[in-house]
Design a protein around this ligand. Structure first.
Ligand code: RIB
Length: 298
């Protein structure tokens, strides 16, 4: 089988996470259980899990010239992720402040920093020059105009494009047209579509003629084919300690699946199982299953 080559045009952040049984109300101070510093950012998370799955991954992004930037760059290097298209800036590396409660649910505020400075021309140059590239993945933690430019370049050379519309923002018509696979979670689906994905009829009306996946947390995920047919995968029952980065684990694994010529349904199945494993550990990238664990799922 030929190598699955994936480019992620997106964000990299340092995650600063506080864990507490209960989260404070406005004006309240509470004692928490744990603080961690870990590698995150939706783009970086998706790149890392795609690499764990076995893809050749190229990350296109921007880091600050600071300690967080150095440490994220070293992490990519350690994982064999191609960093030729990562630029550095005098603006600080992006950070995410995360609160995780006793049920493993999170609240996140991102400060994008250098992520906001990725330039369209650089993204186009990267996507146009990577050998044997088959899948280009993006999210909404960088400027939408950069994603649009990257997807134009991706479609011009016949790549498959995947957009994870997180965090939610209104998406332009051309970007939606250039997106082969749109992968929102339930909340984002509701924001994009105006109603929640409560039944098959709602799902079929989402993007007629285009393909999508809606991630459903502990209930798995649902694939909506371009012809309107629906395919569901239930998630295995696990004990969740931290859901941070689970959606990214799904997206990166799904991208790997498509790039390695798995069917969309097999990619969905693998993505759901990898994401389910990720919620059993704390953190985003720190929670991701290893290469060896993923091999047992295929
Ligand atoms: O999706 C989870 C990610 O969102 C975290 O890693 C955090 O960095 C934010 O980007």
């Amino acid at each position: 089988m030929s190598k699955a080559v994936v480019a992620v045009v997106g964000s990299a952040m340092m995650d600063l996470t506080a864990y507490a049984q209960h989260l404070p109300e406005p004006g309240q101070t509470l004692v928490g259980d744990l603080f961690t510093t870990g590698f995150g950012g939706k783009g970086a998370n998706q790149a890392v899990i795609a690499a764990h799955c076995g893809a050749e991954v190229h990350f296109v992004g921007k880091l600050g010239r600071d300690l967080f930037g150095d440490s994220i760059a070293q992490n990519f290097k350690n994982l064999g992720i191609n960093s030729v298209h990562i630029e550095r800036s005098d603006t600080a590396t992006g950070v995410a402040h995360i609160w995780v409660d006793g049920d493993g649910e999170n609240r996140i505020i991102i400060i994008p920093g250098a992520n906001s400075e990725i330039e369209s021309a650089k993204a186009v140059a990267a996507v146009s020059s990577i050998n044997d590239l088959s899948v280009v993945v993006a999210q909404c933690e960088i400027k939408q105009e950069v994603t649009l430019a990257a997807f134009r370049a991706a479609k011009a050379r016949g790549c498959t494009t995947i957009l994870n519309p997180a965090p939610f923002e209104t998406l332009g018509t051309e970007l939606l047209e250039l997106t082969d696979w749109l992968i929102p979670n339930e909340t984002e689906f509701g924001q994009l579509h105006g109603e929640l994905p409560s039944n098959d009829q709602v799902l079929k009306r989402f993007r007629p003629g285009k393909s999508s996946v809606v991630t459903l947390g502990s209930r798995g995920a649902v694939l909506i084919h371009a012809d309107g047919s629906i395919f569901r995968v239930a998630a295995p029952v696990v004990s969740a300690v931290d859901t941070t980065g689970a959606g990214d684990a799904f997206v990166g694994t799904f991208a790997y699946g498509l790039a390695s010529a798995l069917t969309a349904q097999d990619s969905l199945n693998l993505g759901v199982h990898v994401a389910s494993l990720s919620v059993t550990k704390k953190g985003a990238q720190s929670s991701y299953p290893t290469v060896e664990q993923i091999a047992t799922l295929s």
